[in-house]
Each structure stands twice: as structure tokens, then as C-alpha cells.
Design a protein around this ligand. Structure first.
Ligand code: ZN
Length: 499
């Protein structure tokens, strides 16, 4: 897909994960709109099987299965970059463990643009010779080694670069630079840059893996994330008029891959379906324990809880482990078209859910009373911050929303000293508090059970106007624009209009 934006227009950073999202209580929701159809076809009954839900919670809290599962996943397979040997082996391993529990699980295979990381090198050659601690962004391509002067681009905005001589140089971006996802080719072309260095937004020698192109297009200039410390060093030298030169040699490359989601089904009394999903893949530097080993393990714990306590529910439950999220929501984008012939009640996305603090109806105002009623069933374990209703972009719930399907995320807490390792070497199993897995999985399993059984929830999809209203927010539109997801393709519009 063609990028519909110029790099200079993308000044808003992404927040990829729920825990970075500002949470507002439901009463602050400004997204007023009408939902197509009546959601609560009947008034909500008192929760029909509180005892079963309570048994699920008690069981999960006392069970270390999900924690143990995550430990083995991390230590046996390492990071799970989609298409890598570690990801492939972890996928098969997880599938077999689900099947061994008696869960009806299968792989849903799909093709996507993959990317293979090899030994890439970024070396400072002036003012001194020094190998930089650096990591390439996905979808950069191999090139012959070259050396060039570095030019400081500030935040990369049009204003910051307007008077700079950038031709043939390597651009250095500040820690606060826009993410320019998918915009690197355009930026390099517009400024004549030979390479781009992004200074990491976290200090302490950390690096930040991220996708270079949401749509998987090759990036024709090498783009590296470098540490905040080395980036600031270069910036200070340049500010004093001291030349900085860097040599780059990139060996990583793109290739088409076949990968898969895992789909586990618990058939219900009706075809109405509740989807609980979370991404399985991670970046490769660490183990992806937090991002998103958490969601991967929580889904595993939910599968065990349903298998033990609630194999058959009013609605069908589908658990989905998505692949390819980090490189552009590939697994969820592939899953959505496979479910559009079925009535979907809601989709719950689990991306880095630590200790649950709130639920978020993501702009679907009609879900707020449903989630509040659920929260009330939790008794002593009720969520501290209740139910929020604010949409955000950047994880696997978005493709469902775009199809008019109601989506839900959690607001949650992870220790700052743990979450700082996001997308870096330090995202490893030693950071995982077993209590965080047990507490979160208990609440998620309870929500799954509740959504699968509560009376009176319908499964209609939003009409196009109501769906568009969810995204009527400049910040979200900007973020989606820079990912190539906005504006929506005409064929989608036509398909919707034909309904
Ligand atoms: Zn994630």
C-alpha cells in the first residue's frame, strides 16, 4: 500500500501499548454516536453463573501453569521475531501443549513480508573510532559499507530540517523524533540522506526495536536505533562544529515468509463468538517476556481455565495468538477476514497486560454498562480504576474495530523498572512477577467466561458511520495515516456500502 503521508507531517509519536494509554473514566467519553442495532436486546440479567466464574478465579490464582508456560517459552525459544526459527519452534510447541490439554487448537497459516536480522554494523569513525551500540529497524535492506558525515535533524520536523545541508549525509534524529513509521524512504529521498540514526527515547544504553514499515515495504536507506548516550554525544559534538562521521554496513534483509496464528475454539450453544486475542511474536533482542509473553501466557491460562470449568458456553469462544503484530498487525489483519461471516460479540485484546487496573471500551459506548456489570461481579477483586471508554491505536484490536466489531482492552500496571526494557535486550523472563501472571489471568479468564455467557449481548457490527466515528480523533488519524491504515481503502468502503 502506498504511504499517504510525508514524513514531516507525522509529528505525533505512537504509543503501542495499553499501559501507555491515558485512561479516562467512562463519564469523560466524548465519542457520542448511535450504534447500529440495539446492543442490549434484553436487559442484563443478574450474572447467571457467578459460582463458576468464582471457581475459575480461585483456580487460576492458585495455579502456576501460565507462569511456568511462559518460563519455558522464553528460555527454550528466545525472542519470537515472526518467521524466525525461535518463533516457528515456539508456535509448534505452544500448539502441542494446547492439544495435550485437550483444547481444539490449530494453526491458521498466512504469508507476510518477513525480515531477517543479520550482523549489522554502525561505527563512529570521527571524532573517534568506536563501534556503536546500534540495532536496525525491520525491513532495512543490505548495502555495501559506506561512510558519511552525520547531520543533526532534531525531531525531524519540517521546521527542524528546513535550513540544513543534508545531501549525502547520515541524519541523526533526537529521542523525541516522530516515529516516521513507513516514512523513512520518503524522508531520505526528500533530504538526500544516505542513512538515518534514531536516538533511543530511553537512557542507560538501551535500544528500541520497532518496525521500519508497517506495510512491510523495503526501506532503501539503513535506519538504526542508537543509544541515547551515543546519540547525545554526537549531537553535542555537532553543536560545537566538530565533524562526526559514521560508517554503516547492513546485512539484514526482507523475505516473504509463511507464518501462522494459533486459533483455539470452544464451541458454544450459539454461533455468536467472543474473541480473546494477544500477539505471540516479539522482537528478537530479548525474550519478549513482557511484550507479549504476558498475553501469550494469559491466553494459555484462559484455555486451561475454560477446559477445566467451562468447555461449553452460551457463545463460542475463540482464543487467538497473533503472529506478526510487531511488524504491522499482520496476524490480526489476516484473522479478521476469516470471521466476517460469523456474528462476533466482542474482541478482547491482550497486549502487555500487567496487573489489571481498568477495562477500556475503546469508544464503544454500549459496552460500558456491560463492562461495569462485569466489574461488579469481581467483588473484592474489582478494578481500581473501573471502566474507561477511549479509543487508541497501535495493537491488534484495530483491525476488528475497522470491521465494526466491538473491541476491549485493559488498562494495567507493570513496574516502571520492568517496562523500561520494552523492545530491548532486557525483556526477559526474570522480570516477570508470578503474581502479575496469576492476577491478570484470573481477571481475563473471568471476563472471558462472563462475555461468553451473560444474557442479552448481541453481535451486530457497527455500520460504517458509527465505525468512522470511533476514529474521529486527530491523534489517532495521524497515527493510522503514518501506518498506511488511513484513509481506509475504497474497496473496503464499497464493500461496506453494498451491505
Ligand atoms: Zn506488544
Amino acid at each position: 500500500m502506498k504511504q499517504a503521508t510525508s514524513p514531516q507531517s507525522n509529528l505525533l509519536g505512537y504509543s503501542l501499548h495499553s499501559l501507555f494509554q491515558p485512561l479516562h473514566r467512562a463519564k469523560s467519553n466524548l465519542l457520542g454516536y448511535f450504534v447500529a442495532g440495539v446492543v442490549l436486546a434484553a436487559p442484563l440479567c443478574a450474572h447467571p453463573v457467578q459460582e463458576v466464574q468464582d471457581a475459575i478465579v480461585a483456580d487460576v490464582l492458585a495455579d502456576d501453569t501460565a507462569y511456568e508456560f511462559l518460563g519455558h517459552l522464553c528460555d527454550d525459544h528466545g525472542g519470537r521475531l515472526t518467521g524466525s526459527p525461535g518463533n516457528n519452534a515456539a508456535l509448534v510447541d505452544t500448539l502441542h501443549q494446547l492439544q495435550a490439554m485437550g483444547v481444539d487448537a490449530h494453526l491458521q497459516t498466512f504469508k507476510m513480508p518477513g525480515w531477517v536480522r543479520l550482523e549489522d554494523e554502525a561505527v563512529m569513525v570521527a571524532p573517534i573510532q568506536r563501534k556503536l551500540r546500534a540495532v536496525t529497524l525491520s525491513y532495512v535492506q543490505p548495502h555495501a559499507p559506506f561512510e558519511a558525515d552525520v547531520v543533526y535533524l532534531g525531531d525531524g520536523s519540517a521546521k527542524a530540517v528546513e535550513d540544513l545541508d543534508t545531501e549525502g549525509k547520515i541524519g541523526l534524529l533526537a529521542p523525541n523524533a516522530a516515529q516516521l513509521r513507513g516514512g523513512y524512504n520518503e524522508m531520505a529521498e526528500a533530504l538526500g540522506l544516505k542513512g538515518i540514526l534514531r536516538t533511543c527515547r530511553v537512557n542507560g544504553g538501551q535500544l528500541l526495536c520497532r518496525t521500519g514499515s508497517f506495510q512491510g515495504e523495503p526501506i532503501h536507506v539503513p535506519v538504526y536505533c542508537i543509544t541515547q548516550e551515543e546519540g547525545r554525544w554526537m549531537q553535542r559534538s555537532l553543536a560545537r562544529g566538530k565533524p562526526v562521521r559514521v560508517s554503516l554496513h547492513t546485512r539484514s534483509y526482507s523475505k516473504e515468509i509463511e507464518t501462522a496464528n494459533i486459533v483455539a475454539t470452544f464451541p458454544g450453544k450459539t454461533k455468536d463468538t467472543v474473541i480473546i486475542g494477544g500477539h505471540f511474536d516479539s522482537w528478537d533482542l530479548g525474550q519478549g517476556a513482557i511484550d507479549n509473553g504476558l498475553g501469550t501466557a494469559q491466553l494459555f491460562g484462559v484455555a486451561k481455565a475454560l477446559q477445566t470449568h467451562a468447555r461449553e458456553n452460551l457463545r463460542t469462544v475463540e482464543l487467538v495468538w497473533f503472529n506478526g503484530e510487531e511488524q504491522g498487525l499482520w496476524g490480526s489483519r489476516m484473522h479478521v477476514p476469516t470471521i466476517l461471516d460469523r456474528p462476533i460479540t466482542a474482541m478482547v485484546n491482550l497486549d502487555m497486560v500487567g496487573f489489571p487496573k481498568s477495562l477500556n471500551a475503546l469508544g464503544f459506548a454500549d459496552l460500558v454498562p456491560v463492562l461495569e456489570a462485569f466489574d461488579a461481579t469481581l467483588g473484592e477483586r474489582q478494578l481500581d480504576d473501573g471502566v474507561a471508554n477511549v479509543n487508541w491505536f497501535g495493537s491488534d484490536h484495530t483491525p476488528y474495530q475497522l470491521a465494526g466489531i466491538r473491541a476491549i482492552t485493559f488498562g494495567a500496571f507493570i513496574e516502571p523498572d520492568v517496562v523500561r526494557y520494552y523492545h530491548d535486550f532486557g525483556d526477559t523472563f526474570d522480570k516477570i512477577d508470578p503474581k502479575m501472571i496469576a492476577e491478570s489471568t484470573a481477571t481475563i479468564a473471568a471476563l472471558t467466561y462472563y462475555l461468553a455467557n451473560v444474557e442479552g449481548l448481541d453481535a451486530s457490527r457497527l455500520d460504517r458511520a458509527a465505525m468512522l466515528a470511533l476514529f474521529d480523533d486527530e491523534r489517532i488519524k495521524q497515527r493510522m495515516l503514518s501506518s498506511g491504515l488511513w484513509p481506509l481503502a475504497d474497496d473496503e468502503a464499497d464493500a461496506e456500502a453494498a451491505k
